[in-house]
Design a protein around this ligand. Structure first.
Ligand code: PMP
Length: 367
């Protein structure tokens, strides 16, 4: 055990990312081209062509620092979400937004509320500050907002909500979130993390960006990593009232979103066709995967994101065992034992042929 640093840093369990394709190829002696990666909720169509072109044009200026204030990207986002540009904070991915929010509003010894089985970075951001985590038991793998409101204590400064949630895919309807926001004390910041928002069917969409007008303590967080296909570039953003936005801007790195990322995000934001193609593929892929799970008699959590959590066995080694059997066949998915879900695997929705390769490998893995 290291002697360096505070005990609360030494106690952190490192984030477990999806295994890179090159690593699996090396470890299992496989051809990279034959590997299917459905492990990190990435967009199976990759980078939009519109973003590729915008980056090529922006590359000429890479000798200069990026626009620290992200003027053009914020203007594009402000127009899209009908909020003033001064209400937007840019992040190096939305992970950065989550950390910036924690850093700006929570100090050592104070408390943060989030749900069991919710996104791993909430725990990391909390523990990294030496703050106390109040983890509220999930109901049906999703957030129990009533219990979360009740769990807010005198030390609580921030609440994280993921909607849809990763890794479970659960969704909270608008009315429940609005009721929750009514109950939260005004001095407690609520981060509504909507990384998968663009995958929601129209009947589930709501303009959470407009709730920010009513709630001074609300931060809506979004990302370009999923539906927009820019995971490798790292761009996310937050919408909040100026008082909160101003404080977040004080603790972020001045150049946290690079020039190529800013250019690519503007192009992607306006690429309606790319978003629609992705949403269609996601809905079809969800049907393809869940039909196979039904056929195999496997339980899964109904998902509103671009991934599905499926139970691959009854014993606590099931997730790890089936994961290894899939890796040997060149299929990378995500084990979720670190979330306390050792019987489950999380499968990102891919292209039809990738989903089919996964299903065939799963059938072999289950014998
Ligand atoms: N929130 C949730 C719920 C996520 O699943 C993820 C990605 N795994 C993120 C935020 C962060 O993604 P990014 O930093 O790429 O925006």
């Amino acid at each position: 055990m290291s002697k360096f640093g505070p005990e609360y840093v030494r106690a952190i369990a490192p984030y477990q990312a999806g295994k890179p394709i090159a690593e699996v190829a090396r470890e299992f002696g496989l051809d990279e081209a034959a590997i299917v990666k459905l492990a990190s909720n990435e967009n199976p169509f990759g980078l939009p062509e519109s973003s590729r072109q915008a980056m090529a044009a922006a590359a000429a200026d890479l000798g200069r620092y990026p626009d620290a204030n992200g003027f053009e990207l914020k203007a594009a986002l402000a127009a899209r979400y009908d909020v003033p540009a001064e209400w937007i904070t840019l992040g190096n991915g939305s992970n950065d937004i989550l950390e910036i929010a924690a850093k700006a509003f929570v100090q050592k010894g104070e408390a943060v509320v989030y749900s069991q089985y919710s996104f791993a970075v909430y725990a990391l951001a909390t523990q990294g500050l030496g703050a106390r985590a109040i983890v509220v038991p999930a109901v049906d793998h999703g957030h129990d907002l009533e219990a979360m409101a009740a769990a807010i204590d005198a030390d609580t400064r921030l609440v994280f909500i993921a909607n849809p949630n990763n890794p479970t895919g659960t969704f909270i309807p608008a009315a429940q979130i609005e009721a929750f926001l009514q109950k939260v004390p005004e001095h407690v910041i609520v981060v509504l993390d909507e990384a998968y928002n663009e995958y929601l069917a129209p009947e589930h969409q709501f303009e959470s960006s407009q709730w920010v007008r009513k709630h001074r303590n609300l931060i809506v967080s979004r990302t370009f990593s999923k539906a927009y296909g820019l995971a490798g570039l790292r761009v996310g953003f937050a919408i909040a009232q100026p008082e909160v936005t101003d404080l977040m801007n004080r603790v972020r790195q001045p150049f946290n979103v690079n020039s190529l990322a800013q250019a690519a995000a503007i192009a992607a934001l306006n690429d309606k066709e790319f978003l629609e193609k992705g949403a269609r593929n996601n809905a079809e892929g969800y049907r393809q995967l869940t039909a196979a799970f039904d056929e195999l008699g496997l339980q899964y959590v109904p998902s509103f994101g671009n991934f599905v959590l499926v139970r691959v066995g009854d014993d606590d080694q099931a997730g790890a065992r089936v994961n290894l059997a899939l890796l040997k066949q060149g299929v990378i998915v995500r084990p979720v034992g670190n979330y306390g879900l050792p019987q489950w695997l999380r499968i990102s929705i891919g292209l039809p042929e990738e989903n089919a390769a996964f299903i065939a490998a799963l059938k072999r893995a289950l014998g």
